[in-house]
Structures are given as C-alpha cells and as structure tokens.
Design a protein around this ligand. Structure first.
Ligand code: S3P
Length: 453
C-alpha cells in the first residue's frame, strides 16, 4: 500500500492552457452564512465555497441553533432565526484555521444574550484577537481570555450592546465587520473608521438583506461605515462570485509560465480586492478584463492572462489593503521579474495564518532569490541569469506552516524551477482552495504526491 504524506512536489512545466473554474469567494461565503442565519426567512446561497474554513463557520452556526442544509455541491439553504434568535452553544465553537470565521462570529455573538467560547487550530490560536475584543469590550461585552489575547476566548454578549464610534489603527475588514455585526443590536449608531477602506463585503451584504449602512470615503483616504441598531434582516438569495484571492495563483502562474494562456470567468472584482491585478499590470503582466457586470451586489468580470516578462516595481504602500492576501504570490511574480520589487506597509502579513514575510523570505532564499526584509516591508530581487531569463534553482523543501497561501505560492514557483520544489503541510490548501492541485494539473501543471516508501 502506498501512503501519501502531507507533502507535494511541483516540477517545471512547458505551458498552462485553458478555461479554469475558480472556487467561490471565501470572505463572501463566511458572511453569507452568518448574515442569512440572523435574517427572517430562508436564504439560498449558490456558488458557496465548500472548504474547511467555510465548514467551520457552517458548523458553528449550527451549534448556535441555525438550520442549514447542503442541497447541492455548492448550494446551501439557511433558515434564518431572526435577530436575537441565536442559541447558546453547548460546546466551544471550534473555528479551525478560519480567522474570518472566528472574528466575525465574536461580533455576532456580542449582540446576543449568550456566552460562547471560541477555539481554533494551532495557527489560529497564535493570532491576535484583541483587535476584535478591544472594541467589543468598549460596547460593554464581557471578554475572558485564558491566554494573552489569544484563543481560547469566551465572549458573553448582551442583547443590546453600547453603540460606539471606533477609530481603528489598522484597515481590517474582520475588525470592521465584527463591530458592525455587534452594532446591529445596539441602541443607537455604531461607526467604524479605518485609515484606508478595507473590503466592504459586510456592508454590501447587509444592504442586500435590507439594512441601511452609511459609508463615506474621506479626502485623506480614510473610510467610515455606520449602522443603526434595532434592524431586521430580510432573507434574500445570494450568488457568491469566484474568489479573486484564489484566482491570484492562476493569474501569476499564467504570467510566469512560458507559452501560457488562461481564461478565468466570473471572478470577483471588488475594488478593495484587486490591487494585485493593478500591480501585475504595472509590472508588465498581460491581463485582459472583459464582460464586467454586477452579480448579487458584487462586481465580477472574466480575466484572460498570457505569459509575460515582468519587471520589478515599487508597490504603492496605500494599495496594501486591497491586496493584503496576495503578497505571497506577488513575491513569486517578483522573483521572476527583472529588477527589484519593493513592498511596503505590509506589517499585517506577520499576523496572518503564519508570518508570511518570514516564510516567503525563507523559501525564496532557498530558491536562490535575494530578499531584504524589515518588520513591515520586503524587497524581492528578480532572479536573472546572464541569458536574461529568470532562474529559480529549486531542489528544496519548504513547510507551509499551516498557511494555505504559502503552500500554493511555492507550488506555483515549482512551475519555473530548475529542480522540483517540495511543499510540506499541503492539506492546509483545503481551507480556501479545495481542488487547487487537480485544477492546476488539468491545465498543465505537474504537482504530485510524495509517497512513503
Ligand atoms: C478578510 C479580511 C482580511 C484578509 C482575510 C479575510 C475578511 O483580514 O486578510 O483573509 O474576509 O474580512 P484583516 O481584516 O485582518 O485584514
């Protein structure tokens, strides 16, 4: 019997071709489950991402007393319990690896007269939670940590939290969403101010469910979103667009692999999510966008990407929030570019599923790429040979450190490596992009399991 390890090897390929079906958007899938749960009536969610992260949220909502049925592969139906309808869970809510799941749910529980304990896997249990519980405490919510601002945390909500005006030091959609969700049951207006606008899926989906959300972007780029408590959400079917953060791996793969052309239909094009596309185009990437339209309150488009010689650039630091999840795969593009690429204002990457600056720098150095790093920035020097072609030596192992985007980034680098790259800890890819390996291989990649002898 052959035993497969939790490792995959990725080898050099000659081309990538075809039309690829990217999975549903993770951010929108989490929100669709939570908001439909507190709506009045039944919501049908189509195109939902069936990944372990989204299942963690789905199971948590069931533990909070919501009836959810999976009717087809990517279709679920949620019977909303209405505002104040969530039940106290009888066991801790285990959100696995899902940062968005745990943080938004804390906000949702905060507006209910119930107590819930939140737990997660090793990676989630090392991520900072005070950025969420600090504003919730200001709303009069009781928060108890066993550790030092880390999971597990117990939140005792109240049916009517205090409304606040919260000035956030960071642009974070998770923090913004948690406060707005708690604010739905507050007595008065709850506002969140961010230094730069982060993804606004929560604001858009609340409006889709009939809630008035006031938003404004100021001249200095700061952004404010407000809700007035005491509202009712009306069930309304949702179509989830395909995830631009998952499409990012195919986009970069198509650019850096010779003789390639990939078409990616119906990708989410929210302006707060497409900083990578702007950046790659500035680097000389041939990316065509067509058929722009709106689906269920979100913008989508078809993307065509063709092999390109990229050049290094300075990425404007105020673009970081709109591509915060894309820096690992941008590092791969930068490694294949001519000249250095500078990425600033990315200190948040040290608090993701893993320290993404440290691990990307480690893996790129193993690949023969020069990288400078500071606490909040990276400079990646494109790896050039005398022939003028980028050259990645490969022939090394790198651990994902429980980070799906690290795993997919180094598997993508394997497509252009001299020797194969082995990534350890690849099961984490299931959190956001189930079917990633099969999809890449279908279009020309050579990613294969490492067998135990
Ligand atoms: C997300 C927000 C971002 C992002 C994460 C998903 C969301 O995190 O990195 O993958 O769905 O709200 P922050 O809010 O911490 O920036």
């Amino acid at each position: 019997m052959i035993n497969h390890t939790d490792s995959l090897s990725s080898e050099a390929i000659s081309e990538l071709q075809g039309t690829c079906s990217v999975v549903g958007d993770k951010s929108i899938s989490h929100r669709s489950l939570m908001l439909s749960s507190i709506a009045e009536g039944t919501t049908r969610i189509s195109g939902i991402l069936q990944s372990t992260d989204v299942h963690s949220t789905l199971n948590a909502m069931r533990d909070l007393g919501v009836r959810i049925s999976i009717v087809e592969d990517d279709v679920v139906e949620v019977i909303g319990v209405g505002m104040h309808g969530l039940k106290e869970p009888v066991r801790p809510l285990d959100l696995g690896n899902a940062g968005t799941g745990v943080r938004l749910l804390m906000g949702l529980v905060a507006g209910h007269n119930i107590t819930a304990t939140f737990t997660g896997d090793e990676s989630l249990s090392s991520r900072p939670m005070r950025r969420i519980t600090e504003p919730l405490s200001q709303m009069g919510i009781q928060v108890n940590y066993n550790g030092n601002g880390l999971l597990p945390v117990t939140v005792t909500g109240r049916s009517s939290p205090l409304p606040i005006r919260y000035n956030s030091p960071v642009a974070s959609a998770q923090m913004k969403s948690a406060v707005l969700l708690a604010g739905l049951n507050a007595r008065g207006v709850t506002s969140v101010i961010e230094p730069t606008k982060s993804r606004d899926h929560t604001e858009r989906m609340l409006q889709h469910f009939g809630v008035e959300v006031n938003t404004q972007t100021n001249l200095d780029g700061s952004y404010i979103a407000s809700v007035t408590g005491g509202v009712t959400l009306q069930a309304n079917d949702i179509i989830v667009p395909r995830d631009p953060s998952s499409a990012a791996f195919l986009i970069v793969a198509g650019l850096i692999t010779k003789n390639s052309q990939l078409l990616l239909p119906t990708i989410g094009m929210s302006p707060e999510r497409i900083g990578l596309i702007t950046t790659l185009r500035e680097m000389g990437g041939r990316i065509e966008i067509s058929n722009q339209r709106e689906v269920g309150g979100e913008q989508v488009a078809d993307i065509k990407v063709s092999s390109s010689q990229l050049k290094g650039i300075v990425i404007p630091s105020d673009r970081a929030p709109s591509m915060i999840d894309e820096y690992p795969i941008l590092c791969i593009a930068a490694a294949m570019a001519t000249g250095p690429s500078l990425m600033e204002n990315i200190g948040e990457l040290r608090h993701k599923e893993a320290d993404r600056i440290a691990i990307m720098a480690k893996g790129l150095r193993l690949a023969g790429v020069t990288v400078d790093e500071t606490e909040t920035s990276m400079r990646v020097y494109g790896a050039n040979t005398e022939k003028g072609d980028a050259y990645i030596k490969g022939g090394f192992n790198i651990s994902s450190e429980h980070d799906h985007r690290i795993a997919m980034s180094f598997l993508t680098l394997g497509f252009v490596s001299g020797d194969r790259i082995i990534v350890d800890g690849v099961s984490t890819i299931e959190t956001s992009f189930p079917g990633f390996v099969e999809l890449m291989n279908k279009h020309g990649a050579r990613i294969s399991p490492i067998n135990l002898a």
